[in-house]
Design a protein. Structure first.
Length: 316
């Protein structure tokens, strides 16, 4: 099959071995895949990953031992737990100590014609939801994880640091659930596009005052320190960034101001799917371009351009 493969650098391969269905795991033909910031970090050496990156996808099951999945259009939870440890038994496979993660840890991902995931990770997509929306389920699920972790009153002042892909989707999720978030960023063109979606915007340097909730979606180590600077005493910081580079931090204000810090990563797919199907979120305005997989290296370059939101890959 054709695939984008990262060894010591990212390259396009046309002869990569097809995955084979095994007991409990099915093969999916990828229809669309999304490129996110984590994929760009992997191309720079993040997590020491070797293989096929990519974890945002929608596709169709083409090889399986599970008759209920055969031919189904699906998305997939990216964390594949062992299924037997305490975390897995309590529905927390994304924290399984021996898990693999699609396109990130120990498991080939979605930048290919085909991928393989455990049957229990695959979730059927309603016919009413087009591929161009379904491909966003994984990052929207990550946004909705915030509501699973925190109980936030609607009158809280909320600022999202970062006007990139993740920041935009987090803002859409807050907006869909009745909040009025403010997105603060450095890219005027992106901010204006979000403003056209009725999302409040400001340039980051123009932020005034303190906020009850600060969500760091900057993808940079400096984002946490900026969040500390602008959160109210006894406020909450939500960390959505997984930056490869570390950062020097002064954590004294976290103690002095009794700030709550919530790490937030992957989320359940059900709330994201429900919001998409119900029409509360439509992420399609964020799509800038769709590249064929054979043009995947150019797609990665385009995704790294700061003026783009979302770049998609479409296998031939």
């Amino acid at each position: 099959m054709q695939a984008l493969v990262f060894e010591n650098q990212l390259e396009l391969r046309g002869d990569y071995p097809d995955p084979l269905a095994v007991h409990g795991e099915s093969v999916v033909r990828v229809a669309l895949a999304g490129i996110c910031g984590t994929d760009l970090e992997i191309a720079r050496g993040y997590m020491s990953f070797k293989g096929i990156p990519g974890h945002e996808f929608v596709g169709r099951v083409v090889e399986t031992h599970n008759a209920e999945l055969r031919g189904k259009r699906v998305v997939g939870e990216i964390n594949a737990g062992c299924g037997t440890c305490r975390e897995c038994e309590h529905g927390m496979a994304r924290h399984c100590a021996t898990r693999t993660v699609l396109g990130i840890v120990g498991r080939n991902g979605a930048f290919a014609d085909y991928l393989r995931l455990p049957d229990r990770n695959l979730i059927a997509v309603p016919d009413s939801l087009p591929d161009e929306m379904a491909v966003f389920v994984e990052p929207i699920a990550a946004a909705y994880e915030i509501f699973e972790q925190l109980s936030l009153d609607r009158d809280k002042s909320i600022v999202i640091l970062g006007d990139g892909r993740l920041g935009a989707l987090v803002a859409m999720a807050f907006k869909a659930e009745g909040y009025e978030p403010l997105v603060a960023g450095h890219h005027r063109d992106k901010l204006e596009r979000l403003g056209e979606l009725q999302i409040k915007i400001t340039e980051e340097f123009a932020l005034n005052g303190k906020f009850d909730v600060v969500v760091d979606c900057t993808g940079q180590g400096v984002g946490f320190q900026r969040a500390i600077d602008i959160v109210k005493p006894r406020g909450t910081i939500v960390l959505k960034s997984t930056a490869a580079a570390g950062a020097q931090l002064n954590l004294a204000p976290v103690v002095i101001n009794e700030i709550t810090v919530q790490g937030s990563r992957c989320g359940r797919f059900a709330p994201a799917l429900e919001a998409l199907v119900a029409g509360r979120i439509d992420p399609r305005p964020l799509i800038d371009r769709t590249f064929t997989l054979s043009d995947g290296l150019r797609a990665i370059e385009a995704a790294a351009e700061p003026f783009h939101f979302k770049i998609l890959l479409k296998p031939s």
